[in-house]
Structure formats: C-alpha cells, structure tokens
Ligand binder design. Sequence first.
Ligand SMILES: *[C@@H]1O[C@H](CO)[C@@H](O)[C@H](O)[C@H]1NC(C)=O
Ligand SMILES: *[C@@H]1O[C@H](CO)[C@@H](O)[C@H](O)[C@H]1NC(C)=O
Ligand SMILES: *[C@@H]1O[C@H](CO)[C@@H](O)[C@H](O)[C@H]1NC(C)=O
Ligand SMILES: *[C@@H]1O[C@H](CO)[C@@H](O)[C@H](O)[C@H]1NC(C)=O
Ligand SMILES: *[C@@H]1O[C@H](CO)[C@@H](O)[C@H](O)[C@H]1NC(C)=O
Length: 398
Amino acid sequence: MTALAFAAIVSLALAHPHSVGRDYGTYPDFVHPANGDCTDYTIQTNVTFPSLTYAYPKWKDDHDVAAFLFNMSTKDAAKGSFQPYMDPPQNVTRTYGVSATFCSPKSKNGKEDNVIVATHGGGYDRRYWASSFQPEKYNFVQAALGAGYSVFYYDRIGIGRSQRISGFDSQIAAQARVLNSLLQSVHAGTYTPKITAKKVVVVGHSIGSFITNAAMAVAPELADVAILTGMGYPSASDPAKGFSSYVFSFFGVRIAAQLPADRAPQFASTYDTGYTAFGDMYRHIESFFHHPDYDYEAAEYAQSITAPNSATELTSVAAVSLVAPGFKGKVLITSGNFDLLICNGNCTDTYAMGNQDIVFPGTKPDTYVHPGAGHGVNFGHNATGFYDHILRYIDSSI
Ligand SMILES: *[C@@H]1O[C@H](CO)[C@@H](O)[C@H](O)[C@H]1NC(C)=O
Ligand SMILES: *[C@@H]1O[C@H](CO)[C@@H](O)[C@H](O)[C@H]1NC(C)=O
Ligand SMILES: *[C@@H]1O[C@H](CO)[C@@H](O)[C@H](O)[C@H]1NC(C)=O
Ligand SMILES: *[C@@H]1O[C@H](CO)[C@@H](O)[C@H](O)[C@H]1NC(C)=O
Ligand SMILES: *[C@@H]1O[C@H](CO)[C@@H](O)[C@H](O)[C@H]1NC(C)=O
C-alpha cells in the first residue's frame, strides 16, 4: 500500500466516529422466521470503488433540504444545472461493517444449497424482507425458506444495524461493491453454516435493485439469477423518469434526526443530517402502496420500521453504469402495476417499451407486473402471490 493511500484510510477512520460493526441495538421486533435456522452476523467488508464527492453545502436543517429539492426539480436541473458531485470520482478503499442474517430452511428438500441474497431498498432496513407483522402474509424470507431456499439478507451500509456513514457520502457504487464482497463470502461459505452455495440468486427492492444491477455490471460471475423488484427502466420517451427529482417530493423528505419523535425512524439520532425520512406516513403510503390494495395495519407496521434515505445515495444512481453485458443468467424485472416511483404509476406501459433489454444484452430479461400493487409490493394485499411468482421463477431458472 502506498503511504498516500494509507493516510487516506487513516484520516477516513478518524472522520467517522462510529467504529466498524458497532451495534445500534436490537430492533424491537426483529424476529427470525420460525421455519428457518438463522444466525446474525456483523461482517467487515473492504471495498474499493469510484467515490463521488458531494458538491453542495451540507444541510443543517429542513430549509436546506427545501432548497436542495427546489434545485433538483427545476427545468434547468433537467438541462444540467443540478450537479451534486465534484468531478471526477476518486478511487478509494474503505472498510464497512455490515449487519446481516443468514437462514437455512428447517425442513430441507434439496434446494437449500441455493442461496438467495436480498438487498432492501430505500425507506427500510432488512426487515422489508422479513416482516414480524403477520409473517404468513408479508414475510418473503419465510416464503423462500418454505420453498426450500436459504436466504442471506442484510442492512445496507449506513442503515439499520450496519455501520453509519455520512448521508452525504453514501452512494450506489460503494453499496454495489459491498454486495459483491458479501456474494464472495456466500460463495466461500463464510457466513452460511452447513450450506455450500451451489447457485446464488440476487434479489433487490428499489434502490436495492439498482445496487444489485450495478453489482452485476461489475462482477456478473457472482450470481446465477437476478430478481429485481420495485424496478424498471423507463426509456427517454416514457413520461416516467425512474428515480428522478419527483421521488423526493413524493417522500416529503425531512431531516430524519430532526423529525418529531412520533414520526422519526428507528435510531434517528444516530444519522447525520444527510439522511432524510418520510415527512409522514401518508407520504410513505402514496409512494409505496396503492389504494385499496393494502391493509391499513400493514401500512402502519411498514411505517413503524422505516429507515432514512440518503439523498446522495438516491441521486448517485445516475452516476453508475447499469449496463451488464457479462450477466448471462436469468433476470426478472418486476413491480406492482401501480408503482409510482419507478413507472410513474403504470409498469405495464414502462416494461412494454423494452429498455430492460438494453441493460442486460447478454440475456433476455423477463418482466412481471403484479396486479393491484404499488412500489412496495411486500406489504400489499397479495404479497404472497408475488413471492409465489418469484419463487416459481427461481425454481425454473436454477
Ligand atoms: C480490511 O482492511 C484492513 C486495513 O487494510 C485490514 O486490517 C483488514 O484485515 C481487512 N479486512 C478484511 C476482511 O479483509
Ligand atoms: C441550490 O443551488 C444554488 C445555485 O446553484 C446553490 O448556490 C445552493 O448552494 C444550492 N443549495 C442546496 C441546498 O443545494
Ligand atoms: C479508478 O479505477 C478504475 C478501474 O481500476 C480506472 O479505470 C480509473 O481510471 C480510476 N480512476 C481514477 C480517477 O484514478
Ligand atoms: C397502463 O398502460 C397500458 C399500456 O399502455 C394501458 O393499456 C393501460 O390502460 C394502462 N393502465 C392504466 C390503469 O391506465
Ligand atoms: C395474486 O398473485 C398471483 C401471482 O402469483 C396472481 O396470479 C393473482 O392474480 C393475484 N391475485 C389477485 C387477486 O390479484
């Protein structure tokens, strides 16, 4: 290692007071699925990635957030006036602590050596995949274990029980390299007791699908099948713009640590001002649910487990290459038909335009539009129907 690189790592460590793998406490309702043998891990990952540096002043309060939202939403922003990062990205190596859970099925049917690796999206932590509220209806991990698969799921860096990083530093390229590092560990069997992964299936939701996609663009050999939920690729002629400026306005974002306690996400005080949360539950519902396809109690539970978003993580989607020509496995792109964030309310229309074929030229992506649901399919009425479709797709792909 050169002296310069070493100095960079040391100063980084000093700049971030939270030590690697620090535990932020248990979730009040973090329950391992009853049909799994599950182990929690704190994993140290070392990753090298092209790092973006945030160019605007860091926010102090919601006036700054409002100014940021204004800046990114204008027609001049669409023409290029909004430039949140300094050029060019700098390659950096960093060490991040990741909090993860691995479960293998208690009842084995021969499929347990196929490991699903799930990356949650914005607004949540890993509990998006493993609801403790009515798990027979809303728990993807439980459904996958029931079908015989093993599942590895984790909190994205910065979020939940994983290591805190500044919300102004969080970015897709880093998250994708962390996923690749975790996938290498899954192949090596480091965190999958008694299981030797034969096939690895990557599953994402929303920003977690962008991270999964970016990971497959960098290291396509690390997975055999990709399931990207809450996902789509609007073409230039699609009125939907994917994760663009309007997403932040739908969320009604406010600085997470400054929200009143009854609207603040868990561990709110541990996030710096670069992290924002839904302004209130109805912002969350408008963005992730579709009336009348959900139970109010499910939405209230989903609100109770929300995690903050880093604005720079969301805007950095535009800075990574998603095109993954080296990925030759099966790919399923899917969401609720009424996904507002990705498809602007109609995924049938967005998928029909076919942009997913450009992102995965080495294979022929499949698409599935789940009836009735919005962006956060896992908490909609027919979430189990969604899981069935995904698990049957995996059955036929491995
Ligand atoms: C990560 O890098 C640090 C510093 O270079 C090193 O001490 C540590 O052993 C590495 N950890 C892993 C898991 O490779
Ligand atoms: C908004 O844009 C103006 C003009 O480019 C810039 O001076 C200001 O710092 C930006 N504010 C935020 C919060 O991004
Ligand atoms: C960063 O690394 C990539 C791949 O190793 C290389 O192509 C690129 O030129 C590097 N960028 C900088 C700014 O050094
Ligand atoms: C969604 O788009 C499709 C294809 O353009 C169209 O047939 C359908 O009516 C639209 N759905 C709604 C609810 O507008
Ligand atoms: C529930 O999901 C399944 C997909 O597995 C779908 O075929 C079915 O039509 C859905 N049911 C309703 C009521 O939308």
